[in-house]
Design a protein around this ligand. Structure first.
Ligand SMILES: Nc1ncnc2c1ncn2[C@@H]1O[C@H](COP(=O)(O)OP(=O)(O)OP(=O)(O)O)[C@@H](O)[C@H]1O
Length: 456
């Protein structure tokens, strides 16, 4: 069995891990600082290294980088350990070629499973480092953060870190509002291209007749009004990343031209006689099922394969409910900081948020928090403050029920008014001023309506 090196300054943790590894049949050597670890590594290489993020003399990522320099090409697999996993340290570690990123405490079963995957994989090449390894600097400085500590998001962050260390094309899929654009920005910021431009293009938002010239540029005189030649968005991303959002909405002609960019690394501006070389990384995203579109001949098969080199699927928020309350807390702190207020979520509010289906995913959660932060009457946000959240069944249904459609207009309007008022009163626990505020009408008009509708 290979010898394993544990690098951690926490004696109790290090001894505990050493005992578990010895129990599982491994020889163990230990180091309590980055310097000691590098000294150990100058001798015979261990089979794998367990490396803590926080060491008294050096940051764990800096130790990992120094190890890579010390043993280029034959560094054993490194498992990073942290007491507090963040998206930045996960992406940073994986981008530097770490084999795994684990959160302390690490149970015996998890270690046994890790060793099982580790040793067959020992021959596998470790991903090449990206640039100088200054991962997540932009992300950490608040530019773009892909938050989430659920298992599903940790897996996404690890794939993203590995993808950032390569230059391969990435296809990001996921429902609306799951953070596809955030992921693309974080990927760019963690990649070697981070000092180059990041150009985001929403293929669905640009009219089809303009898309070709927007994306690929045009030569002078290419069409009436093209008085000057113009570089397209892909060429503007030269040296950086172009993010093609809603790629499933790209018309067939554009799909063929994009294929050329991916295959030949050149763009053909509209009306130009010669193609232009471009050095861009393409990251595409869609909420559509591209495979189904290929089956319906609505998307080119060859383009889908060219785009899908590294697939990254962002899970819907309901698939990672462990993230809901922490994300809500994060957005609340952000909104409060902007509004200069200090607010908290009651236990009932947290419960309601955790139970909600979030069809609009993280975007819907952020909007909901921004809204209550602006409107909630007290510093303690309660479940009733989220009364505006629609249930999935409400969304799926037509806004007008079949029974209402059969009624004369005045009667239908009366029924809708009654339902809204009863709902607002229930949310306001019978407080009429509060109900009027929720309905956006004056207290006086609420009284008038209550009387005319016969609501007591
Ligand atoms: N993991 C996350 N951490 C922090 N913020 C997030 C996360 N995911 C999404 N957001 C926030 O949610 C909003 C929507 O994110 P984004 O635009 O990236 O979603 P999308 O999947 O690209 O949506 P669409 O498909 O509608 O374009 C943004 O305000 C973004 O900051």
């Amino acid at each position: 069995m290979p010898t394993l090196l544990i690098v951690d300054d926490d004696d109790a943790f290090r001894e505990g891990l050493a005992e578990t590894l010895a129990d599982l049949g491994h020889q163990v050597v230990q180091a309590a600082s980055g310097r000691e670890a590098l000294e150990q590594l100058s001798g015979a290489a261990p089979g794998a290294i367990f490396l803590d993020f926080r060491l008294p003399d050096m940051d764990g990522l800096a130790v990992l980088e120094a190890m890579r320099r010390q043993r280029p090409g034959d560094l054993p697999p490194v498992v990073m350990l942290t007491a507090y996993a963040t998206s930045e340290n996960t992406i940073g570690a994986m981008g530097l070629g770490a084999f795994e990123h684990l959160t302390k405490p690490v149970g015996r079963a998890a270690i046994a499973a890790l060793l099982d995957t580790l040793f067959p994989a020992m021959e596998a090449a470790i991903a090449a480092p990206a640039g100088d390894g200054a991962f997540g600097d932009e992300a950490a400085s608040g530019q773009a953060r892909l938050l989430g500590a659920s298992d599903a998001m940790r897996a996404v962050q690890k794939t993203l870190g590995r993808a950032a260390a390569s230059d391969a094309t990435v296809l990001i899929t996921g429902e609306t509002g799951t953070g596809k654009e955030v992921a693309a920005r974080v990927l760019h910021a963690a990649s070697q291209r981070r000092n180059g431009p990041f150009v985001a293009v929403n293929c669905a938002a640009i009219p089809h007749e303009l898309l070709e010239s927007e994306l690929f540029g045009h030569a002078r005189g290419a069409y009436t009004g093209a008085v000057q030649e113009r570089a397209g968005l892909i060429a503007q991303a030269d040296g950086g990343t172009v993010f093609l959002d809603e790629i499933g909405d790209m018309p067939a002609l554009m799909q063929a031209k994009l294929l050329r960019v991916l295959q030949e690394r050149e763009v053909m501006p509209l009306g130009a006689s010669r193609p232009l070389p471009v050095d861009v990384r393409v990251v595409a995203a869609t909420h559509r099922d591209l495979a189904a579109m290929v089956a319906d001949s609505a998307f080119r098969n060859d383009l889908m394969y060219r785009l899908n080199v590294i697939p990254l699927r962002l899970p819907a928020l309901r698939e990672r409910s462990a993230d809901i309350v922490p994300l809500a807390g994060h957005f609340l702190a952000q909104a409060c900081a902007l509004g200069g207020r200090s607010m908290r979520l009651s236990a009932a509010a947290q419960h309601l948020l955790a139970q909600h289906a979030w069809p609009g995913n993280v975007r819907e959660l952020k909007n909901a928090i921004d809204r209550v932060c602006a409107l909630a009457p007290s510093a303690l946000i309660d479940a009733a403050d989220f009364g505006f959240l629609l249930q999935p069944s409400d969304r799926a249904a037509s806004p007008v029920s079949a029974e209402l459609l059969d009624l004369p207009l005045a009667q239908a309007v009366e029924q809708v008014e009654r339902a809204l008022i009863v709902h607002a009163l229930a949310l306001a626990a019978g407080n009429r001023s509060d109900a009027a505020r929720r309905l956006g009408i004056s207290r006086q008009s609420l009284y008038t309506k209550l009387a005319s509708l016969g609501i007591g």
